[in-house]
Design a protein around this ligand. Structure first.
Ligand code: NAP
Length: 439
């Protein structure tokens, strides 16, 4: 074993940082044997230096810049959170020749280019396995195990909060507001759940996955995003009748036109998923990433997508890799963006759709509604109609659910706009996509 220890600085002592420090301290001998040199904790960056934080107070500092600049620090582990101050700290570390491990998805989805360039210039490692789907190994399989294959599609449930809420709605018939409130009480939803329920968190992860899978730089701004706050208990009832459930999906897809030109689509939205699709059985706060590659076929990665200890596992995997590279020489894979595929607009994306609407209960309504789909070449696969009654028990209209074959988003949007103006349509209740079917 090399005598020279590898110095590490941990920035952040919250849910993840605490577990990372615990593993570094409790598994010191095993880590040293696996790396070929001992890991030595040089300091822990926090906002508030105080006793009783589970780490010797001598190791704590609120001077992040000084900590990442120390000569005896080889690896900086960034676990502070928001884009700033994390970006500044990571850039300073890379510029000083330190390898960096981070779990910061928001930062990686926004500033990969800048950070990767700085890592390249300094010839050091930049690892971020924990930024997508917590403990689940997905960055390394895409970057390394599938490096010789052609990835066609990555579809993931990458946000535990929304999957918990949607699973609860499916199991209990609860509406969105009740399921969200329960998730908050149980600690699965933050006080401000916007980043989760509006799909921003999943969009950041989709950008990271698409960049790696398609060797193209994709940022969160390139990802089409719809949240899941409008999914209703009635949508779940209809989904069940159609043999489906509803999941918030992050989808990254390689699209090939008839002329062989390729583009990339990255999108996040709630979608109907057939019950026999592997993603349909991913419930509660669990995450899963379903990958389709040309030669490998279908692969599914499943596990805990968040939590201090699971996330720390992914962080420590990266730390061991970065430390081994320091001991043995060499570096991990660099950013691969050679393909530079253009990003497809959402209008060009083809999926199946589910449209639920309330209509007047009159003869001829169904055929005139169907005609609006036909005019825009959106072919209907299935229609369900049920009568509705008002409070006095009088017939007040009908609820129609239309499921389409594959159509472009543009054609479907035009159809929905026409239906909204249709004299017999009282309301459009929901429009959801249907994923994971081949028809
Ligand atoms: P957290 O519990 O909020 O902890 C953040 C830590 O960073 C705290 O110790 C805080 O110090 C420190 N910090 C924040 N701003 C700072 C600043 N300006 N200067 C110095 N220290 C600062 O966060 P977390 O849940 O551990 O998450 C850390 C990172 O991991 C985030 O990027 C998150 O997105 C990512 N991640 C988390 C999970 C998860 O399940 N939690 C999963 C995947 C990825 P004080 O304690 O002194 O306030």
């Amino acid at each position: 074993m090399s005598e020279k220890p590898i110095g590490v600085a941990v920035l952040g002592l919250g849910n993840v940082g605490t577990e990372v420090v615990r593993i570094i301290e409790n598994s010191a001998d095993d880590l040293a044997a696996r790396i070929g040199a001992p890991l030595e904790l040089r300091g822990v960056g926090v906002r508030k230096v105080a006793k009783g934080r589970g780490v010797s107070v001598d190791l704590l500092t609120d001077d992040i810049e000084a900590l990442v600049s120390r000569d005896d620090v080889d690896i900086v582990i960034e676990l502070m959170g928001p884009v700033e101050p994390a970006r500044k700290a990571i850039m300073a570390a890379l510029e000083k020749g330190k390898s960096v491990v981070t779990a910061n998805k928001a930062l990686m989805a926004q500033s990969t280019g800048e950070l990767a360039q700085a890592a390249e210039k300094a010839r050091v490692d930049l690892y971020f396995e924990a930024a997508v789907a917590g403990a689940i190994p997905v960055i390394r399989p895409l970057t390394q195990s599938l490096a010789g294959d052609v990835v066609l599609r990555v579809a993931g449930i990458v946000n535990g909060t929304t999957n918990y809420i949607l699973s609860a709605m499916s199991e209990t018939g609860a509406d969105y507001a009740d399921a969200l409130a329960e998730a908050g009480v149980l600690g699965y939803a933050e006080a401000d759940p916007t980043a989760d329920v509006e799909g921003y968190d999943a969009a950041a992860k989709a950008a990271i996955l698409a960049s790696i899978a398609f060797h193209t730089r994709v940022t969160a701004d390139d990802v089409y995003r719809e949240g899941m706050t409008k999914v209703s208990a009635a949508d779940f009832e209809s989904a069940k009748a159609l043999g489906c459930t509803i999941k918030l999906l992050a989808i990254c897809e390689r699209l090939t036109t008839g002329k062989g030109k390729q583009r990339v689509s990255a999108r996040v939205y709630p979608a109907l998923v057939p019950l026999d699709h592997p993603l349909a059985s991913v419930n509660g706060a669990f995450n899963a990433v379903f990958v389709e590659a040309e030669a490998a076929g279908e692969l599914m990665f499943y596990g805990r997508g968040a939590g201090g200890a699971p996330t720390a596992s992914a962080v420590m995997g990266d730390v061991v890799m970065a430390a081994r590279n320091r001991v043995q020489g060499g570096r991990g894979p660099r950013e691969s963006k050679y393909a530079k595929l253009p990003i497809a607009s959402i209008g060009a994306i083809e999926t199946r759709y589910y449209v639920s609407m309330n209509v007047a209960d009159k003869p001829g309504v169904l055929s005139s509604v169907a005609a609006e789909f036909g005019k825009r070449e959106v072919s209907i696969a299935e229609v369900r109609q049920e009568g509705m009654e008002d409070e006095s028990g009088q017939r007040s209209g009908a609820r129609i659910v239309v499921v389409t074959h594959r159509a472009t988003d543009e054609a479907l949007s035009e159809t929905v706009a026409a239906l909204a103006d249709h004299e017999a349509v009282q309301s459009i209740n929901s429009v959801l996509r249907m994923e994971g079917t081949s028809k």
